[in-house]
Design a protein around this ligand. Structure first.
Ligand code: GDG
Length: 738
């Protein structure tokens, strides 16, 4: 078994020096985290799980040299490159990824640019990734796709490898629906459908997962139960996996001789000062400017700290070349200059600022010598720097000030939590941190360290992979219920060989698809032809069994030689006979139930009440689906209470709640036909909860088929009305063949 890790960038970045290619390690939260996990697999000699990392090598490589690069990456770095032209990367990465998705997902809506060419390039790069995966894909591979650059990829891969376990993890926040819906509809749909190609979708926090599920419901109409939903005929699980760090590596490195030496060296110019540390990639979401402004306010409010405190600010170059980032760097340079100019003296520089990447040991040494880590992103998926700071403190000293807008704040509640937009709060937090007694620092850090040690990045990745395998297992047993080739053959054979057959067919959602206006769901010519041909088969009886009223059914299919059960069993008409009522004529219960339903119609515009002979139905298909499903629960609660002592049933369907008299249902209706003559072939097909009564009432040997991939008492599941019609045509065709 092999793990394919797919991310935009490989953990190795190519650089060109003359004719030569240099292979350098890439930086960033995603790469460092996943690398730690993959190294742990190697170290534990986990023979069961090999891996290959698939991604862009960071440079466009001329075609004649691609083979050489591919070979070296394969053999030395477990990597498989996706070769892309720099021009394509420009519109894809600097364009759609960083000018559309990044600002939108981080709630910087004013920065969002929607450009059709960026989108086209985004689609095309995702397709290139799909091709690259296909080049090396094996049937037993586990596929793990990472981050916002590749949100269309899971679906593309699912089409190529329907059986493979595919996982997707988003490293940045997922925005609330109000923000997500700002994307053009076509894009927002395709992105969600793309992600739902995965069997497991992971987020750092519960909030992001909920925002995603809500966007799925509002955009695609898929409802979920405890984070699980069915998309196509696949089970998709959406869950929270807060990414950890390689705790032991930071903890151990902090104690190493090399780090101690580096620390001593770095400490010399800082001796006697309290050190506040700030480390980020250059990005407007990281809140560097707000932080500097808050520090300036702190120095203004607390002159007693002048000459006592130093802010060590590391900004790591990123996305150089983008104008926005250049301007931001300029602003940082100016602010640092102005703070130092305003408060500094010959003996004291309030801010030491460096714009560069530092080696790992230097970073750990900086973590170890700082009294305070000031991490105040305006929005951040997780923020690993905060966790790394805590893990590097084997003396358990130091105070973490952390923005509540970082995913990490959900786990690091013992830090001093601030709102990054509130400068006053940051000033107070700095004062609190700089004066916090050592015992209190240790108390807080001990708790956070225990947590980070337990749920480190290795546990995080293992957890994700195990969940993915589990969902895949569930998918297998679910797929076994799908009417596959063998079961289908068997069904056709039984039909052919039977001497007395009966077929029960539900109407809406089974023979015709749902339409916004139910009046317009009349049968088309092709359907009428199929039904008629079925009735022409010898010894074959057809019964249409529906919730619709008698008149509609009479108008639509009354001319066919079929039996009809209307209003879920309230009325019955055998072939060539007239209607018989199956219900006692009492309707005293209706006014009070109607009154309750009317209250809900008032509360949910677009919902309505339908009255049938023995039931009242509240429909909300045309109303706001989210508010509808909330009110639906409330309504059911109220109805169940009210009907506790009355002979009524409360049933929940697809965006409907029905209250009906007990003892009247499709099961009872169907049994009227079955009890009169013995049949040796029985088939029932339906999509709704009302069909479950019939599925349950049928004898064991009967074929029952649920339309749609949801739980049911039926023996099999089948996708869509088209699938039903095809099956009916096949029944006829197979019968004729014999
Ligand atoms: C994305 C999400 C999410 C930084 N400077 C140096 C250096 N680093 C390393 C840190 C840390 C990583 O880079 C940065 O991780 P973050 O989590 O802070 O941020 P992003 O790169 O934006 O990552 C983020 C993350 O994905 C994981 O899901 O947490 O929210 O935006 O590991 O140590 N490493 C070295 N020198 C530096 O100068 N050696």
């Amino acid at each position: 078994m092999r793990l394919l890790v797919i991310s935009n960038r490989l953990p190795i970045t190519l650089e060109q020096k003359g004719e030569e290619f240099l292979y350098q390690e890439s930086a960033g939260g995603l790469v460092s985290g996943i690398s730690a996990y993959l190294n742990s697999l190697q170290a534990s000699r986990n023979q069961e799980l090999e891996y290959v990392w698939i991604g862009w090598p960071g440079l466009s490589v001329p075609e004649e040299r691609q083979q050489e690069v591919r070979k070296k990456l394969n053999s030395e770095y477990h990597a498989h490159p996706v070769f892309l032209a720099e021009k394509a990367m420009d519109k894809f990465y600097h364009g759609f990824c960083n000018k559309t998705l990044w600002p939108l997902f981080h709630c910087f809506t004013a920065n969002v640019i929607c450009d059709g060419e960026y989108w086209t390039q985004y689609q095309s790069v995702n397709e290139s990734f799909c091709q690259a995966v296909e080049e090396i894909l094996r049937p037993d591979d586990i596929i793990w796709v990472h981050d916002y650059q590749l949100m269309l990829l899971p679906k593309l891969l699912r089409e190529k490898a329907p059986e493979s376990p595919i996982g997707f993890f988003l490293h940045i926040p997922f925005p609330s629906f109000e923000i997500y819906r700002m994307l053009p509809k076509k894009w927002s749909r395709q992105i969600l459908e793309g992600i739902l190609g995965a069997s497991l979708v992971g987020f750092h926090t519960h909030d992001y997962a909920q925002y995603f599920l809500r966007s799925v419901q509002r955009t695609l109409g898929f409802e979920h139960k405890m984070g699980q939903l069915i998309a196509g005929n696949q089970i998709v699980k959406v869950d929270t996996f807060p990414m950890g760090i390689d705790f032991n590596r930071f903890f151990a490195t902090a104690a190493s001789g090399t780090v101690q030496k580096k620390k001593e060296k770095l400490q010399k110019p800082l001796a006697g000062y309290k050190v506040i540390l700030s480390v980020d990639r250059l990005n407007y979401t990281k809140g560097v400017i707000n932080r500097l402004q808050a520090y300036e306010l702190f120095l203004e409010r607390h002159p007693e700290w002048h000459g006592q405190v130093i802010l060590v600010m590391k900004v790591v170059p990123s996305r150089i070349g983008v104008e926005h980032y250049r301007q931001m760097k300029k602003k940082i340079d100016e602010l640092v200059g102005s703070i130092n100019g305003r408060f500094g003296t010959i003996h004291w520089t309030p801010t030491l600022y460096q714009y560069n990447f530092v080696p790992f040991e230097v970073l750990v040494a900086l973590y170890g010598l700082s009294d305070v880590a000031l991490i105040t992103p305006l929005r951040d998926g997780m923020n690993l720097v905060a966790k790394e700071y805590i893990a590097s403190r084997n003396d358990q000293r130091g105070v973490l000030i952390l923005s509540e807008m970082a995913g990490a704040a959900k786990e690091l509640g013992e830090a001093v939590i601030v709102n990054p937009n509130d400068q006053e709060e940051i000033v107070d937090a700095l004062q609190q941190a700089l004066t916090m007694p050592v015992e209190e620092q240790r108390r807080r850090n001990r708790i956070m360290q225990d947590r980070l040690r337990r749920y480190d990045v290795i546990r995080w990745a293992n957890d994700f992979i195990q969940h993915l395998r589990r969902v895949k297992e569930e998918q297998k047993s679910f797929s076994a219920r799908v009417l596959g080739a063998t079961a289908r053959e068997d069904l056709l054979k039984q039909f052919r060989e039977a001497s007395k057959r009966i077929v029960f067919l539900d109407y809406d959602g089974t023979l015709v698809s749902f339409v916004p206006d139910p009046e317009k769901a009349c049968p088309d010519e092709a359907l009428l032809r199929t039904l008629r041909t079925l009735t022409e088969q010898p010894n074959t009886e057809l019964v249409i069994i529906s919730g619709r009223d008698r008149n509609t059914l009479e108008n639509w299919i009354g001319k066919l030689p079929v039996g009809i059960v209307a209003e879920h069993g309230a009325y019955l008409r055998r072939k060539g006979e007239s209607w018989t009522s199956m219900v006692p004529k009492t309707a005293d219960w209706k006014p009070q139930i109607r009154h309750i339903l009317e209250l809900f119609v008032d509360r949910l515009p677009g919902s309505m009440i339908e009255e049938k002979t023995c039931s009242l139905v509240w429909h909300y298909r045309k109303a706001d689906s989210e508010l509808g499903s909330m009110l639906e629960k409330e309504l059911i609660d109220e109805l169940v209470n009210y009907t506790a002592t009355i002979d009524l049933q409360v049933l929940q369907g697809s965006r409907v709640v029905e209250v009906r008299m007990s003892g009247v249902n499709k099961g009872v209706g169907g049994m009227h036909f079955l009890n009169s003559v013995p049949y040796d072939f029985i088939l029932s097909i339906g999509d709704d909860w009302t069909d479950e009564d019939l599925f349950q009432a049928l004898p064991k040997e009967a074929y029952s088929i649920k339309v749609g991939m949801t739980q049911s008492h039926a023996r099999y599941n089948l996708e869509g009305t088209r699938g039903v019609r095809a099956l009916l045509d096949e029944l006829v065709a197979s019968n004729v063949r014999v």
